[in-house]
Design a protein around this ligand. Structure first.
Ligand SMILES: Cc1ncc(COP(=O)(O)O)c(C=O)c1O
Length: 498
C-alpha cells in the first residue's frame, strides 16, 4: 500500500515551486526591485509611449509549455514595468487616480499569499473587513448600525447604493418581478455633472437613463436646488414616482461639491432616498478643516466612496455604506441551500459579505485598508488630504498670476481646470492649442494632467489626489504648460487648427 501511494505522489503535478529556495530568492529580487522602483520614481518620466515592438510582444502565441519564472519576470521588467499609466508618480494628476503605498503593495502580497475568499464563512479575513467597515462608518460620521461592503470601486458602490434605493422605495417585490409590476415610472435626480457610472447603474438596474433627471448646475457647477425641486414637482404632477436624489461629493469634471445638506432636506421633504457619490471627495471628511464643506453627507441613505483615490491605497478599494442595514440585506440576501450558515464550524460566522452585493467570490482587499488605517492613522490621512487641497489652491494662485493661463472653474477642493490662453485667439483656436499642448506635455513625461471640456472650452484638468506631489511639481507644471503653449503659438498651431 505504501509503495503504491509513493508512486502516485511522485507522478502528480503541482504548481508549487520544485525548488522553494530558488523561488524565495526570485521573490526577494522582485520585492527589492519594486522598492528600488518606488524609491526612484521621480527620476523617471511620468508616462512614456509604448514602442511598437513591446506592443507586439503581447501578441505571442498561447504558451502550451511553461518557461522559468525568472525568464517571465525579466519580460515583465523589460516590457511592462517601464510603461505604466504613471499614476504613482508625484506629477500625475490625470482623471482621478491614486498612488498606492509601499505598505499597501506588501499588504496586497500578504492577501494574495493567503488568497482568502471573502464570499463568506468563518475566517479571519471577514472580521478584518467587518472592522474596516466599522472604521469607515466612524470616520465618515455614519451610524454604528449601518452596513457596508468593500467593492472594486465607486462605480460598483453607486450600483449597489442605487439597487438598495430602488428596492427599498418601490412597493413591489423587485427581486421577484423586476420592475414589471410597477405601474408608475420611477425617477432619479442628480446634476448634469454626475459621473457616468451613475448613468450606467441606472441602465443596469432597468430604470432607464431617460428617467435619470440631469439637473442644471449653478455658476460653481453645483446642482441648482431650485431646478431640482421644480423637476420633482413636475414629475409628481405627471404621475411619475421620484425615488432618489444623488449628490456629488465631489463632481469629477470640476470638483464641485453639491449642497449636500440642502439635498438631504429635499430628499426628506419628498420622502426620497438620498445617495451620495463621494468617489473622490468623501474622504475630505477626514480633515477637520475640510469637513464643514461636506456637511449633509453623513445624512445620506447610501454613500459610495473610494479608498483607492483620495485614500491613496492600491486599486481596487471602493466602499459603499448603507444606513438601513435591513434594506441592504433584503436587496441581495441569497436563497440557495448551499449558502446556508451553520452555527459552528467553517460555515459559521455572522457576516457573509457576498450577501450584501453583486460579487460572490471576493478578494481580501480589506487587508490593505486595515493595515493602512492602523499604520498611518486617520489623522495623518486627513492632513495629507488637506495638503492636496492647499496644493490645489497654490496651483490656482500660480495660474492666476500667469498672463498666459486662465482658470476654467472655481477650485472647491482638489480639482483644478485651466488652459493656456492668448488674447488674439478664438475659442476654437484655444481648444486646438490646448488639446495639442496637453498631449505634448504628457509625451514629454514631465507631468500627467488629463483633459476635459467645460462649457465647450477644452481644459487641462488636475485632480490632486497624490500624496507624493510637492509644491515645486506644480511650479514645474505651470512652467512647462506655458513653455509648450508658446512653442505652439510660434509654430502657428492656432492657425493650423482652422
Ligand atoms: C464622482 C465619481 N464617481 C464614480 C467614479 C467611478 O469610480 P471607480 O473608478 O472607482 O469605479 C469616479 C471616478 O473617477 C468619480 O469621480
Amino acid at each position: 500500500m505504501t509503495v503504491i501511494t509513493k508512486s502516485l505522489i511522485s507522478s502528480e503535478e503541482t504548481l508549487d515551486p520544485s525548488d522553494w529556495e530558488e523561488m524565495r530568492s526570485l521573490a526577494k529580487r522582485m520585492v527589492n526591485d519594486m522598492f528600488d522602483y518606488l524609491e526612484t520614481l521621480r527620476e523617471r518620466p511620468v508616462w512614456q509611449p509604448i514602442p511598437n515592438e513591446v506592443k507586439e510582444s503581447f501578441r505571442a502565441p498561447l504558451p502550451l509549455a511553461g518557461e522559468p519564472a525568472d525568464t517571465v519576470y525579466e519580460e515583465f521588467r523589460k516590457n511592462i514595468l517601464p510603461y505604466p499609466l504613471g499614476n504613482i508618480h508625484p506629477r500625475s494628476w490625470g482623471w482621478v487616480q491614486g498612488n498606492g503605498t509601499p505598505l499597501g503593495m506588501m499588504a496586497d502580497m500578504l492577501a494574495a499569499g493567503m488568497n482568502s475568499n471573502l464570499a463568506g464563512a468563518d475566517h479571519a479575513a471577514n472580521y478584518v473587513e467587518s472592522q474596516v467597515i466599522d472604521w469607515c462608518k466612524e470616520m465618515l460620521g455614519y451610524p454604528k448600525d449601518a452596513s457596508g461592503l468593500l467593492v472594486s470601486g465607486a462605480s460598483v458602490a453607486n450600483l449597489i447604493g442605487l439597487a438598495v434605493a430602488r428596492n427599498a422605495e418601490v412597493d413591489v417585490d423587485v427581486r421577484r418581478y423586476g420592475l414589471q409590476e410597477t405601474n408608475r415610472h420611477l425617477t432619479i435626480y442628480g446634476s448634469v455633472e454626475m459621473h457616468s457610472s451613475v448613468g450606467r447603474a441606472v441602465e443596469v438596474l432597468g430604470l432607464g437613463n431617460k428617467f435619470l433627471r440631469r439637473i442644471r448646475v449653478d455658476e460653481a457647477y453645483r446642482i441648482d436646488v431650485g431646478a431640482l425641486q421644480e423637476a420633482i414637482e413636475s414629475d409628481l404632477k405627471e404621475g411619475l414616482r421620484p425615488i432618489c436624489i444623488i449628490g456629488n461629493a465631489v463632481s469629477t469634471n470640476t470638483g464641485a461639491i453639491d449642497p449636500l445638506h440642502e439635498l438631504a432636506k429635499i430628499a426628506a421633504k419628498y420622502g426620497l432616498w438620498f445617495h451620495v457619490d463621494g468617489a473622490s471627495g468623501a474622504l475630505a471628511y477626514l480633515s477637520p478643516e475640510l469637513r464643514p464643506l461636506l456637511v449633509g453627507m453623513e445624512r445620506a441613505d447610501s454613500l459610495a466612496f473610494d479608498l483607492h483615490k483620495w485614500g491613496y491605497l492600491q486599486f481596487e478599494a471602493g466602499c459603499v455604506l448603507i444606513r438601513d442595514s435591513k434594506a441592504h440585506r433584503r436587496t441581495f440576501a441569497p436563497r440557495e441551500d448551499y449558502l446556508k450558515h451553520a452555527d459552528r464550524g467553517a460555515a459559521g460566522g455572522d457576516i457573509w459579505y457576498s450577501e450584501l452585493g453583486v460579487q460572490f467570490t471576493r478578494s481580501f482587499r480589506a487587508l490593505k485598508v486595515w493595515m493602512a488605517l492602523k499604520t498611518y492613522g486617520v489623522d495623518k490621512l486627513g492632513r495629507i488630504i488637506r495638503q492636496n487641497v492647499e496644493q490645489a489652491s497654490y496651483l490656482a494662485e500660480l495660474i492666476n498670476q500667469s498672463p498666459n493661463l486662465e482658470l476654467m472653474a472655481p477650485v472647491a477642493l482638489h480639482v483644478v481646470c485651466f488652459r493656456f490662453t492668448a488674447p488674439e485667439l478664438t475659442n476654437t483656436q484655444l481648444n486646438a492649442v490646448n488639446e495639442e499642448l496637453l498631449i505634448r506635455l504628457q509625451e514629454s513625461g514631465v507631468a500627467l494632467p488629463s483633459g476635459t471640456r467645460i462649457r465647450d472650452r477644452f481644459s487641462i484638468r488636475c485632480a490632486i489626489t497624490n500624496y507624493r506631489s510637492r509644491r515645486e511639481d506644480f511650479e514645474a507644471l505651470v512652467y512647462h504648460v506655458v513653455r509648450i503653449g508658446k512653442t505652439l503659438l510660434a509654430q502657428g498651431w492656432a492657425e493650423k487648427s482652422e
